[in-house]
Design a protein around this ligand. Structure first.
Ligand code: ADQ
Length: 392
């Protein structure tokens, strides 16, 4: 089997262990790498005054991480800029929040070139290269320009927006055309693939052929649906661990006889958190006899704090939770427990298992792993209920 070379914006340390506080993407990628062996390449999360391309490596068995530091300007323009101020809102149908700046676009192109310059010498002829997410759409094209002829795949973790929204982005055709340097482009759902195919046929003169083949100019690629999952067995085991049991007992003891409703989301405007708080408030107001019988735990670790829309959503939720608690709380009951920190996976699994209701209500989401984790964590003999918005 050929070696796997995974590329994503950030790379998770391999030595964090199963108790580490990892997101779903990281867990899925580590599992794939452990199965096949290979390299995981990306940004270290650190900055350096001048980009050197020096690679920091860490090895565990057959698997290696290789990370580079970026310049502060790279982080501003590529990560906080084009990726999270331009593409993220646009791809989540929030064109109203999307910022279009030439510097962002320049920084995005520069970091993709830097990634390609640094990565190309590590790639061996048989390697299978797998690029992840909206931060790195042009990376395949940059690697081809450096003579990399390997099979290269691209996976998009977030939604693909309708063509008329995407067209509001300057130079969007060139950006999308760059995806045709890959051999395979994969999406979470059929809906995102359909949006992609519509863009390609209506804007790039593309043709859709048999067996997922799509042609633009002289390039034919495979475009398909390959939804991400979770490590279900591992998560089930985590939910039955001592750490999970301890977390569960803490929840029960702190709220005897009350039913827990849980939400766990990165603090992001795409997750529908103010709408969820408002919906819960309406529930308390319409069903007064339910007050005191339920409580909601919302775990929302802050995310992308340098971006002002994220500061705004945080301030909005602080105010909303304070107002709802102020209005409805009693001396022995608080309707919302609002927590802004991360938890180890086993503890999270215990909290999911203690909850009678899991609330997953994004306004737009590529997939949503929390929904799958909530289900996997349940006691099969006495499972809770998962409530999904239609957009999860
Ligand atoms: P996210 O937007 O981050 O992912 P999601 O799929 O819900 O959304 O994954 C979040 C992960 O972080 C889950 O594994 C969750 O358990 C974990 N997590 C969240 N809060 C946590 C906390 N307080 N402590 C510890 N862990 C926490 C993006 C896309 C999604 C897509 C995924 C994977 O936006 O649509 O499902 O990538 O492709």
């Amino acid at each position: 089997m050929s070696r796997l070379v995974v590329v994503s914006n950030r790379v998770q340390s391999l030595n964090q262990g199963p108790g580490g506080n990892q997101g779903g993407l990281a867990v899925a990628l580590i599992a794939a790498l452990r199965q096949r062996g290979g390299i995981w390449f990306g940004w270290s999360g650190e900055t350096t005054p001048v980009f050197t391309g020096e690679i920091h490596r860490e090895r565990e068995g057959d698997t290696e991480t290789a990370v580079v530091d970026l310049e502060p300007q790279d982080v501003d323009e590529y990560y906080n800029g084009f990726a999270n101020r331009t593409l993220w809102p646009l791809f989540h149908n929030r064109v109203d929040l999307s910022e279009f700046e030439r510097d962002f676009e320049g920084g995005y192109a520069r970091v993709n070139r830097r990634f390609a310059d640094t990565l190309a010498p590590l790639v061996e002829p048989d390697d299978l290269v797998w690029v992840h997410d909206y931060h790195l759409m042009p990376l395949g094209q940059e690697l081809r320009q450096r003579g990399i002829a390997n099979r290269i795949g691209f996976f998009l973790h977030i939604p693909w927006p309708p063509a008329d929204l995407l067209l509001s982005l300057p130079h969007t055709r060139a950006l999308i055309h760059a995806l045709f340097a890959y051999d395979l482009v994969a999406f979470q759902t059929q809906a995102w693939l359909d949006n992609f195919l519509h863009f390609v046929t209506s804007q790039l003169d593309g043709e859709v052929g048999e067996g997922h083949r799509v042609t633009v100019g002289d390039r034919t690629i495979c475009a398909t649906v390959a939804p991400i999952g979770i490590e279900t067995r591992e998560f089930e085991a985590a939910a039955a661990s001592d750490e999970a049991r301890f977390a569960r007992e803490r929840m029960y003891m702190s709220a005897t006889g009350r039913s827990l409703i849980v939400g766990v989301d990165r603090l992001d405007y795409s997750k529908g958190l103010p709408e969820r708080f408002n919906g819960y408030e309406r529930f308390l107001s319409r069903y007064p006899d339910m007050r005191g019988l339920v409580y909601m735990l919302q775990v929302a670790p802050p995310s992308r704090e340098k971006v002002d829309t994220y500061q705004a959503i945080r301030a909005e939720l602080d105010a909303l939770s304070g107002r709802i608690n102020g209005e409805y709380a009693d001396i022995d009951w608080v309707p919302i427990r609002y927590v802004n920190k991360g938890y180890a996976r086993a503890r999270l699994a215990g909290i999911f298992r203690a909850a009678r209701i899991g609330l997953v209500t994004p306004l737009r989401d590529g997939m949503n792993l929390v929904a799958k984790e909530y289900v996997a964590a349940q006691d099969p003999a006495d499972p809770g209920v998962l409530i999904l918005s239609r957009f999860a």
